[in-house]
Design a protein around this ligand. Structure first.
Ligand SMILES: Cc1cc2nc3c(=O)[nH]c(=O)nc-3n(C[C@H](O)[C@H](O)[C@H](O)COP(=O)(O)OP(=O)(O)OC[C@H]3O[C@@H](n4cnc5c(N)ncnc54)[C@H](O)[C@@H]3O)c2cc1C
Length: 508
């Protein structure tokens, strides 16, 4: 496949992966058209505004600032100018079930170590050594694995990669890995809950994801001016400035394939858009089982039925009068029975009885997200995928979430203080983003057999000019990973770059 200036790239989906791909490919000089079925961009990272409240509907933790900086640099933009961020302090607050005293974490190993010592003396010493090792895991992963287009295990068979891979805890779980460093259950939870960000349980997530602990405990948790929606806007601006076009309200109903190549995509309103290259950011399962003609599908329903999706979620967005003093910008409630909560999440078929809870309260940091004297928050309960969301279940879940806000976070009279309220669940993820089984995070959970080269491939096995970006493919879930997936597409199309990050963007 030869790239030329007139090569027409059609990108299906304006989530993080699609926007990042459109931005990089437009800046690289290709002719790009992005098609998004919803009226607003961002996909799971969309913004909802109502009555003076502005909600980032999905991601709220801006982690891995190095990857954002690198992405904007590739697009010839200075991240500090287009997207100034502040580092949160504390990074987040944790409530342990059964305890009224919250614990604040600061992404500072000395300060956080002293906090963990309160649960188990000597934890601080372990934490310092552990985070040093996690940093090495992070650096080695980024250099050799995370941004590499590896379609099979054999792509890792180079001396440098084997050196970087040597000793990485790939074959043991996060839980086992952590238990080598920390003897106390509670302390381990502070380092294990991050596996939920990967859509998985600590027992089933490969230990190499301890790199996430370096991200969280050392790099810090940041917040961009204008919230996550500002990143979406910044990417859209890059695309249009570089000559790309963005069409919202454009719902793709099929990818049209002739002799093994995608020739066009057809929209539900009948429009046909010609393409030399098609990039799917839309749900991988939907592309393979609905958008492609049968003979061009390479991952059929049988494949998907053996895979585990990332969990779904029930979210209650609330604009309320007054303050919520017990919350920080990010607040977590750890479940009482840790194992039960994960088992209910991944193997249950109803609302979890003892869930982990996350509350995002950006009005703690950003006065522009709520009218003066009001609080903007959402409360999120991870839920199993595939639930049938009857009106009764939605009502029950809403009431439970309101109760949790009152009882666990001491937000008195929350029901009477509500100005704006919206409930969002698996059914909405399916309706809005065509999400496979209503999963919340954008693809398969990061188990060992669903990570790295075993994740759905970034290039179709049957349609030679069809590529994938976003959380459904490599490297996986989360905003920074979606940015990397777009960079990996550039490397693939331009046949350039090594296993790590690009030094500069190629140009046609
Ligand atoms: C509640 C929540 C909290 C999260 N928290 C964090 C966090 O704090 N930090 C973090 O880094 N990540 C977080 N994540 C994960 C992160 O948001 C996702 O991994 C990421 O946004 C996925 O982006 P994507 O581009 O792969 O997919 P999507 O965002 O789903 O984008 C795909 C796009 O394709 C569009 N589309 C689908 N089908 C079609 C079609 N047929 N035609 C046209 N368009 C179509 C969809 O409408 C959508 O806009 C969170 C996710 C959720 C839901």
């Amino acid at each position: 496949m030869k790239l030329t200036k007139s090569s027409k790239v059609v990108i299906i989906g304006g989530g993080f992966g699609g926007l990042a791909a459109a931005a990089l490919l437009s800046c690289a000089g290709l002719s790009v058209q992005l098609l998004e079925r919803n009226e607003t961009l961002g996909g799971r990272a969309r913004v909802w505004t109502e009555n003076g409240f502005r909600f980032d509907m999905g991601p709220s933790w801006y982690l891995m600032p190095d990857i954002f900086e690198h992405f904007f640099k590739l697009c010839s933009q200075d991240v500090d100018t287009v997207l100034p961020t502040k580092r949160l302090s504390p990074s987040y607050r944790v409530y342990l079930a059964g305890s009224d005293a919250p614990v604040d974490m600061f992404s500072d190993t000395v300060r956080d170590g002293a906090t963990l010592d309160r649960f188990f003396p000597g934890s601080s010493k372990s934490l310092t050594a552990y985070i040093k090792t996690s940093k090495s895991h992070y650096d080695r992963s980024l250099r050799s694995f995370m941004a590499r287009n590896a379609d099979t295990f054999f792509h890792y068979m180079t001396l440098a990669t084997m050196r970087d891979g040597w000793g990485l805890p790939v074959l043991i779980s996060m839980e086992k890995h952590l238990s080598k460093w920390f003897k106390n259950d509670t302390v381990r939870r502070f380092l294990a809950y991050q596996t939920l960000f990967l859509g998985n349980a600590p027992k089933e997530t490969p230990g190499v994801f301890s790199a996430m602990n370096y991200v969280d405990f050392a790099m810090g948790v940041h917040y961009p001016d204008g919230g996550i929606g500002a990143i979406v806007t910044a990417m859209a601006n890059i695309i249009t400035k570089a000559g790309g076009t963005i069409t919202t309200g454009a719902d793709v109903s099929s990818i049209d394939v002739e002799r093994g190549s995608a020739r066009s995509v057809t929209l539900t309103d009948g429009r046909i858009i010609d393409a030399d290259i098609v990039v799917a950011n839309s749900d991988y399962h939907q592309v393979e089982t609905v958008l492609l003609p049968k003979e061009s599908q390479s991952l059929d329903q049988n494949y998907w039925s053996k895979k585990r999706p990332a969990p779904s979620a029930a979210i209650l967005y609330l604009g309320i009068r007054g303050e919520a003093p017990m919350l920080e910008h990010h607040t977590l409630l750890f479940p009482d029975d840790w194992d039960l909560s994960f088992s209910e999440l991944f193997h249950g078929h109803t609302l979890p009885t003892d869930p982990s809870i996350y509350v995002s309260c950006p009005s703690k940091t950003d006065p522009t997200v709520a009218p003066s004297g009001h609080t903007n928050l959402f409360i999120l309960m991870p839920c199993p995928t595939g639930l049938t969301w009857t009106p009764e279940l939605k009502r029950e879940c809403t009431e439970r979430l309101l109760d949790i806000l009152e009882q666990s976070f001491s937000i008195d009279g929350v029901r009477e203080r509500v100005v704006v309220q919206r409930f969002y669940c698996g059914e909405d993820f399916s309706n809005d983003y065509c999400a496979w089984l209503g999963n919340a995070l954008g693809g398969q959970a990061h188990t060992l057999s669903q990570s790295s080269f075993m994740r759905p491939p970034a290039r179709s096995r049957k349609v030679k000019n069809l590529f994938f970006v976003g959380a459904g493919t490599n490297p996986g879930i989360g905003m920074p990973m979606c940015l990397l997936s777009a960079e990996m597409l550039v490397k693939r199309l331009f046949k350039t770059g090594g296993p790590g990050l690009l030094k500069q963007l190629p140009h046609i």
